[in-house]
Design a protein around this ligand. Structure first.
Ligand SMILES: Cc1cc2nc3c(=O)[nH]c(=O)nc-3n(C[C@H](O)[C@H](O)[C@H](O)COP(=O)(O)OP(=O)(O)OC[C@H]3O[C@@H](n4cnc5c(N)ncnc54)[C@H](O)[C@@H]3O)c2cc1C
Length: 468
């Protein structure tokens, strides 16, 4: 009787799962294990909770969905809480597992976990690349020669690499060993978290799990055909299909990037190939790039000086940080996005760039505080994309356009000229004529009184770049 164990991490799916495929070649019994780390219930070094109720609910939904899929195929998802390496090693020993399989991760904490597990295990740990479009061995350069600039990376991979097809879902799964209780997947309340009450203002309801992930791809490409206009709409903030909204599932691995890639190519073949279809793949390359950046630069990605080892000048004003987190800065475009993040766990890319630029460039705060806040709140939190993008916005990443300042007034005029998005999330501004909303940061006392802005703060800073 051969028993294998698959240690699930950010790969909560059955499709395109290389560790699972490898395990199935060798098993009569399978332990498919997810371990919810206790460390997630602590605060990070920046003082924010590692995970909040919205993020956690999405994860729990994804586990429930995966268990259902596993059971439908004769298998089981084993759920445990605690220290992952300790638990996996203990299960492997107790059930006489031959080999442990898992996806390889790139960030330092995750790599330490792998080392820790390897030390405890008495059997081999086989790690596979698989949450990316490419394996490390498929890169057209060695990792140390990873291009310093994204466009060079993209041009080279686009020219020289063929993306392999995603693996299909196994039809059946072997049973789990007798005497291994599956474990109850807890609810938010069981874990001591407040229930998450959905905000009716959110334009899209994310549901965790592979089922919802695949159906979102289906919808965005084949039902709504929204992909046809992605390039024009992707900066929009008011409609569910403005952008693909795939990131939460990609982050937890409910969705394989290769599946998305393959579906876009199929769409291009069967329906239309245009700038928009290309641009979705272009964005997937950004995701890919940040994964290899993380693997290459490790701890430096998380240091104040970033991957370029800069020495950014920062100030520390607790009140400003607090105002930024709560969406109470008096700068409507920032506040609307931050309030949306707090209420829904999601923010558009345009929003992220603006609020991050405001924190770093206008408030001159340590960019890592912003990244850590995003980590606790984003349902699509992905260590590589989050810390990588913050490096860029903070000017400590490999960005040829070093001066990435986002002028909040011109950005509002361009992306929310009638204040529709802002009013939705900052209702205190409802008496202001729509055309005036982008200019609130420059209002005189008389204008503030006229439009009854008593309940809304004056801007905590004023940048000369915002003048009319
Ligand atoms: C400061 C900051 C922090 C960010 N943190 C995260 C994060 O934690 N997790 C995360 O997935 N994305 C992050 N992003 C990238 C981007 O904002 C989100 O991927 C995107 O908004 C998700 O929405 P979508 O799926 O509708 O994106 P779409 O525009 O539809 O793009 C499709 C997919 O491409 C990828 N993608 C798009 N833009 C980027 C980008 N700039 N970097 C990397 N991948 C990208 C994502 O996987 C996304 O799902 C961050 C960006 C910034 C500026």
């Amino acid at each position: 009787m051969r028993t294998t164990l698959v240690w699930l991490r950010n790969d909560l799916r059955l499709h395109d799962h290389l560790p699972l495929k490898c395990a199935l070649e060798k098993s009569d019994q399978l332990l498919l294990v997810y371990c919810l780390p206790d460390s997630w219930f602590e605060s990070t070094e920046y003082g924010f909770p590692k995970i909040n109720n919205i993020r956690l609910e999405f994860l729990l939904q994804s586990l429930v969905d995966l268990r259902k899929h596993a059971q439908e195929r004769g298998g089981e998802l084993i759920f445990r809480r605690g220290n992952s390496p300790e638990i996996i090693a203990e299960l492997a020993e107790r059930h006489r597992v031959d080999t442990v399989f898992a996806h390889r991760e790139h960030a330092p904490d995750e790599k330490r976990e792998e080392d820790n597990l390897r030390e405890r295990l008495k059997v081999p740990l086989r790690l596979c690349d698989g949450n990316s479009l490419l394996k490390e061995t498929e890169l057209p350069f060695s990792l140390v020669d990873l291009p310093k600039v994204f466009s060079n990376f993209r041009k080279q991979v686009e020219k020289e690499v063929q993306i392999s097809r995603p693996l299909s879902v196994p039809k059946i799964l072997p049973p789990h060993p007798n005497g291994c209780p599956p474990g109850i997947i807890p609810s938010l309340e069981d874990l001591g978290f407040e229930p998450f009450i959905r905000d009716i203002r959110s334009v899209y309801r994310f549901a965790g799990g592979e089922t919802a992930a695949l159906s979102r791809v289906q919808h965005y490409l084949w039902k709504s055909h929204a992909i046809k206009t992605y390039k024009e709409t992707r900066n929009g903030m008011l409609k569910a299909d403005d952008s693909a909204k795939l990131s939460p599932w990609l982050a937890l691995g409910c969705l394989s990037p290769k599946h998305v890639y393959q579906e876009v190519r199929r769409y291009e073949n069967d329906v239309v190939a245009n700038d928009s279809t290309y641009w979705l793949i272009f964005e997937l390359w950004w995701r890919e790039y940040f994964r290899w950046i993380t693997r290459l630069h490790g701890e430096n990605l998380f240091r104040s000086g970033g991957i370029r080892n800069q020495s950014p000048k920062v100030e520390h004003w607790e009140k400003w940080l607090e105002a930024w987190c709560q969406g109470e800065t008096g700068v409507p475009f920032v506040d609307a996005h931050m309030r949306k993040l707090n209420a829904t766990g999601y923010m558009s890319n345009r929003g992220r760039q603006n609020v991050a630029s405001f924190l770093v460039r206008d408030l001159r705060q340590d960019w890592r505080l912003g990244a850590a806040y995003f980590e606790s709140r984003l349902i699509d939190y992905d260590v590589h994309s989050n810390w990588g993008n913050w490096n860029y916005v903070a000017g400590v990443g490999n960005d040829p356009r070093e001066d990435r300042y986002f002028n909040l007034v011109t950005q509002t005029l361009r992306y929310d000229p009638n204040g529709e998005f802002i009013i939705r999330w900052v209702p205190e501004l409802r008496d202001v004529p729509p055309k005036e909303i982008p200019h609130i940061v420059q209002f005189t006392r008389q204008q503030r009184e006229k439009y009854r802005l008593g309940a809304y703060p004056e801007p905590i800073v004023f940048s000369s770049a915002w003048r009319r």
